[in-house]
Structure formats: structure tokens, C-alpha cells
Design a protein around this ligand. Sequence first.
Ligand SMILES: Cc1cc2nc3c(=O)[nH]c(=O)nc-3n(C[C@H](O)[C@H](O)[C@H](O)COP(=O)(O)OP(=O)(O)OC[C@H]3O[C@@H](n4cnc5c(N)ncnc54)[C@H](O)[C@@H]3O)c2cc1C
Length: 414
Amino acid sequence: MTDAIDVLVIGAGAAGIAAARELDAAGLRYRVLEAGRRVGGRAWTEDDSLGVPFDRGCAWFHCADRNPLRVLADEHGIAYGDNPALVYHVGGRFLDDAEARALRAAVAGDTERLCAAGRAGRDVPAAELLDPAAGHAPVRDYLLTAINGVPPEEYATTEAAADDDSGQDWVARDGIGTLLERLARPLAIDAGRPVTAVDTGGARVRVDTPDGPLTARAAVLTVSTGVLAAGAIRFRPALPPAKTRALAGLPMGVAEKIALRFPGNPFPFAPDTYLVVQPGADRPAFGFHLCPGGHPLAVGYAGGPLARWLGHQSTETARAFALDSLCRAFGERLRAQCLAATRTGWLHDPLTLGSYSAARPGAGAGVRESLAEPVGGQLFFAGEATDPVDFATVHGAWQSGRRAAREAMTALAG
Ligand SMILES: Cc1cc2nc3c(=O)[nH]c(=O)nc-3n(C[C@H](O)[C@H](O)[C@H](O)COP(=O)(O)OP(=O)(O)OC[C@H]3O[C@@H](n4cnc5c(N)ncnc54)[C@H](O)[C@@H]3O)c2cc1C
């Protein structure tokens, strides 16, 4: 019976679901093997923790004006909002509109300098081109680190240049995890079936799982670079050196959330406002998505070293840290209004081992294309890390799954 399978898809995150839909639409015989008990991977909406939907992973349709998942959200009844308002609380007060505009322009100027360097072929850490003493540096570095999962010292100028961000960031009100769950419903997915080995030595690909092996004419691999680098899947023969070099060049950055539940919207801002609080020298700048999708939450978002630190704290400590920052902006009265908290743990999750890929400075401009390169006409690579433009996003993962499925179909037809 397993000989009837054309393509095995490994992983049921955005890339795996997109690949499976593509194969399904083309009438191929496929099966998706997912290690976890749920589909969606890093797209995960849940309401068990706080009683309202909370996206533990992706929440924003980045590049929403050209995002294929945003289009699918329309078809599947998933509502979304508009670009967030950005507000800043710096040194004990909220910046007025003119100050906020000046800060945004200073950050944009720095970002453009990084892009220009990358475009000119300079593959260096962003930190080399940023002034650490600039007045806007704490907010800039907070944003850069949260968005990319790595601090300026580990963020490559080539990444800044490659990232074709349209600047349209719209929040999925019902959750991107909810959307992916709906998209996955008609598909043939075996959840709770981890892949432990992939053998491309024979005429058919052989994939080992604790429930026994499966074979197929081709396989699409979508697991994170964190999982691949940890050796959770054995490859026979070993992956070629170019592939292992690409993997080494694309480690996982870290981003974690701490979500605080309130009885209603306690903030003097519309839902989906993004607030950055920069209290002073005693605390790092920290940001919050306020009332995401209209839900009564404040979602603190940490990247890089701060996320790693948070990941090692108890939920209570993480909650206290986030509340301390929020209270700097809104006053101590807020503390007693916080009903509950939950935090994410992507860094320690064995099925991701980090949040999203970030090319190491010096890894080279084509490193993501190298990771995407098929092996031996049988093994095809997808996942956010393989998208040369929209890496580290859910729509990049989606596009990569469609691309890898098409590559597999072309190879099978040849
Ligand atoms: C905190 C956080 C916030 C984010 N915010 C945004 C955002 O707002 N907007 C945005 O666009 N992107 C965001 N992202 C990034 C986005 O979520 C990811 O880029 C995207 O979901 C990755 O999809 P993927 O299919 O490549 O990988 P995954 O979602 O990781 O899918 C891979 C799947 O493989 C499974 N797997 C692992 N090992 C095995 C194995 N051995 N056998 C079988 N299956 C296995 C995993 O369980 C997983 O389901 C965020 C990510 C995080 C962590």
C-alpha cells in the first residue's frame, strides 16, 4: 500500500500544508507526516491558556498586500485588521506625534543603510553600521532584534537587503493558526508520526517513523533549520557538504511572547496598537501588541538575548517582567488588573528549536537558495528558511511549500 505514495511531506506547518495542497490539487498520492499532535507548526492559535484566542507563533500577515495567506483568509472567513498604530513611551512619557515620526524616520534611515550595504555586496553584521550611542538606539535595537530574532551583532546586512518588506502588516483577528488548521482539514495528514530517518539511497525514498517505514517516489522536507541542525532526522547517505554549509549558515533566531490577560481593554489605545516602552538605563526596551485582534491581551514580544533570558525564567518571572514594563507606561494600577499570563517556549520546543531562521553574517547571499536545492531528484526542501525573500515569515513558508511540491512534480514527470 505504501508503494502507492508518490510524495511524502515531512512536517505539517505552513510549508507542509501548502505542499500537500499543491500535490492534492494535481491529483498525486501523498501523505503528510507530522511529529506533533496538531497541525500548523509555528502557526498556532489557542484559547485554552487565557480564554481568548492567542497566536503563540505568527500573528501578522506581513506584506499583507501581496500575501497569499491573506487572500486565503478571505476565502476561509478569517478576519484581519489594518496596519497597527506605533506608539512609544520613552524616558517616562509618551512621545507626541512629531517625536514619534522623528524616531520612526531615524530607525528607517538606519534600516535603509543596512539594506544599501547588503545590496552593494557587503555581508557584515548590522552592528558595524549602527551607532550604539544614538538617541533612538534602544528602540531601534529592540525592534531589529524582535523582528529578526537576533541582535544587531548577529544580523546580516544581506538579510536586510534581501527582505522585500512591503510595510503592510495586518493582524489576523481569528488567528493565523486557525486559518492553517482550516486549510489543513481536507488533507491526508498523519499527526503524531515523527520522521527519524530519510534514506535516498534506493529507487524510492524511504522514511522511517516509530510506526514503521514508508516509501515514496519523492519527499518534501519542511522541518526548521533548528530541527535539522540538531540531527533529529538521520540522512542516508549524509546530506551533501553544500547543504550542511547552508544549514550552518542559517541558525534559528529566537523570539518569544509573554501574553497578559485583562478583563477588557485597559489601554487608552485602539486594538492592535504596538507600544514600545523604553524606561531608562535600568531596563531594556520592550514592546507590546496591545489588544491583538480586539482580544483583551497585552502580548509582550522579545527577541534575541532578551527572548533567551525570558525562555529560562518561570512564567511568574516573565509575567512580572512584562507587567513592570507595562506599568512604567500605564501606572501601577494596571498590575492588579492582570488576570492571567502565558508565555511561549519555541527555543526549547524539540519540534522547532528556535523561532525563525536568521542567516549568519558572512553566510553569503545565496545561502537560502542552497538550502532549497533538491538532493538527488528525490528530496525537496521547503520551510521558511528556504525562501530567499520572505524568510522568517509564514507566507514565505507557504510559498516555499508550493515551490518544493512543484519541483517534486516536475522531477516525477521527467
Ligand atoms: C513567536 C513567533 C512569532 C512569529 N510571528 C510571525 C508573524 O507575525 N508573521 C509571520 O509571517 N511569521 C511569523 N513567525 C514566523 C512563522 O511562524 C514561521 O516562519 C512559519 O510558521 C514557519 O513555517 P514552516 O512550515 O516553515 O515551519 P514549521 O511551522 O516549524 O513546520 C514544520 C513542522 O514540522 C514538524 N516536525 C518537526 N520535526 C519533525 C519530524 N522529525 N518529523 C515530522 N514532523 C516534524 C513540526 O512539528 C512542524 O509542524 C513567527 C514565529 C514565531 C515563533
